[in-house]
Design a binder for this molecule. Structure first.
Ligand SMILES: O=C(O)C1=C[C@@H](OP(=O)(O)O)[C@@H](O)[C@H](O)C1
Ligand SMILES: C=C(OP(=O)(O)O)C(=O)O
Length: 434
């Protein structure tokens, strides 16, 4: 599997001429796969990941750890094996456009002996790294970065002193997760205090602390905006990776758009994944959700209601929710998501521009979007190397003929099967032209 940036593949989004009825089995969570790999690398012994995500972001994470000397066997799609070994440089790590790789691996690299350079796609150089670099320096790590971001070099000495550090993590929760995941290996562990506007993506921080505890770390997150991880050895374990619930968003949205019924197999009963909030969000927008041990079923009526919501906990769901809002019977106001301007692309600007091109009236706010639905006409839809922009375009294309994505290959970041799964879902409808 190629990890390099893919060549753009233009894609006419398939329209559905009737309600879609489908059951979809999705690969593992990107966020859980990334954390399990990192925790395995700083644990003793062998770890396994059952049902991991194989996609560009997680392949890059595995490759980055291999570059540091960790043995990662990913030949078996169903079961990856990680054997921790002494971390060592020199190494060169390609982060692609993966926030998880660029934020989670520098602290791991600091535990290696020797220089480790990090760089990625051109857009990766725009993503916030400075607070993490400053925090790691305060913890005793030598990092060279010309401009406060990528490219950077971690000059590891084989150990990190650790201790107390203050960070403004309002740009990304990953800045905190990236400090915590390796901190049990620091001489003094870590105490991270956030000082600044609200940290987004709270569920992802809960995922970090929960998985750290499962790996055997002593973690205290009982005080808001303060996280403590004690120094101590973690032991390898077996991780069962849940299906990626954020990747489920466009498929569930298809039920709403077409008045159909979509089931996502093996939806976990109780999870830290932010995508679980789709049950409530899509119910507010007019769907009916039923959760059973077999999975989550979403039924739509074909009518979609506007949504007024603070999406700060679930920023990565914004593109698909904005696509639904564009097809709704009332306006929407999505707020609390200024930080997604620094995701794969400036998602607020990109959504305003591309939805606007289809005819939607969109007001861009500093921290969100106001969306006023209008009759839509098909058009080119630029995806900006952003998998979730492609998902949004596909959702609108179900009911608006002539939505032509400039590139669908960007979906390989988290779900390489997206075009095939999507077309199969649409083909399942009577008369769908997918
Ligand atoms: O830790 C993680 O796995 C993630 C945290 C979130 O990042 P932000 O806090 O930067 O939004 C989320 O958007 C991203 O897709 C995955
Ligand atoms: C923001 C996202 O990714 P990343 O992990 O690169 O931040 C995302 O997947 O929506």
């Amino acid at each position: 599997m190629a990890i390099a940036t893919s060549t753009p593949v233009p894609w006419p989004a398939p329209t559905a001429s009737g309600p879609v009825t489908s059951s979809v089995r999705l690969p593992g969570s990107k966020s859980m796969t990334a954390r399990a790999l990192v925790l395995a690398a700083v644990s003793t012994g062998t770890s396994t990941l059952r049902a991991p995500l194989r996609a560009r972001d997680t392949e890059l994470m595995a490759a980055g750890l291999r570059a540091l000397g960790v043995h990662v066997s990913s030949r078996d799609d169903e079961l990856w094996t990680v054997r921790a070994r002494p971390l060592s440089g020199p190494a060169s790590i390609d982060v692609g456009l993966a926030g998880t790789v660029m934020r989670f691996l520098p602290a791991v690299a600091a535990l290696a002996d020797g220089p480790v350079t990090f760089d990625g796609d051109p857009a990766a150089r725009q993503r916030p790294m400075a607070p993490l670099i400053t925090a790691l320096r305060a913890l005793g790590v030598d990092i060279a970065s010309a401009n406060g971001g990528l490219p950077l070099t971690v000059n590891g000495s084989g150990r990190v002193q650790g201790g107390e550090v203050t960070i403004d993590a309002s740009a990304s929760s990953q800045l905190v997760s990236g400090l915590l995941l390796a901190a049990s290996e620091f001489d003094r562990g870590i105490v991270v205090r956030h000082d600044g506007p609200k940290v987004p993506s709270a569920p992802h921080l809960r995922m970090t602390t929960q998985m750290l505890r499962l790996a055997g770390a002593a973690v205290d997150d009982s005080t808001p905006n303060v996280w403590t991880v004690e120094s101590g050895r973690l032991t390898g374990r077996a991780w069962n990776i849940e299906p990626d619930l954020s990747g489920a968003a466009p498929f569930l949205a298809a039920a709403l758009v077409t008045g159909g019924e979509v089931t996502i197999a093996d939806w976990p009963i109780g999870t830290t994944q932010p995508g679980d909030q789709l049950r409530e969000l899509l119910t507010t927008m007019g769907g009916a959700a039923t959760l059973t041990p077999e999975g989550l079923t979403l039924r739509g009526t074909g009518r979609i209601h506007g949504l007024t919501a603070d999406l700060s906990e679930v920023g990565e769901l914004t593109p698909v929710l904005a696509a639904l809002a564009a097809l709704a019977d009332s306006p929407s106001r999505l707020t609390g998501i200024g930080h997604i301007r620094a995701h794969e692309t400036d998602r607020l600007a990109a959504l305003a521009r591309e939805l606007g091109r289809l005819g939607v009236q969109v007001h861009e706010l500093a921290d969100g979007l106001e969306i006023h639905p209008r009759p839509l006409t098909g058009s080119v839809f630029e995806t900006y190397d952003d998998h979730r922009m492609a998902h949004a375009a596909a959702v609108i294309g179900l009911t608006v003929p002539g939505v032509n994505l400039t590139d669908v290959a960007c979906t390989s970041k988290t779900l390489p099967q997206f075009p095939a799964l999507w077309s199969a879902m649409v083909r399942g409808t009577a008369g769908g032209n997918g």
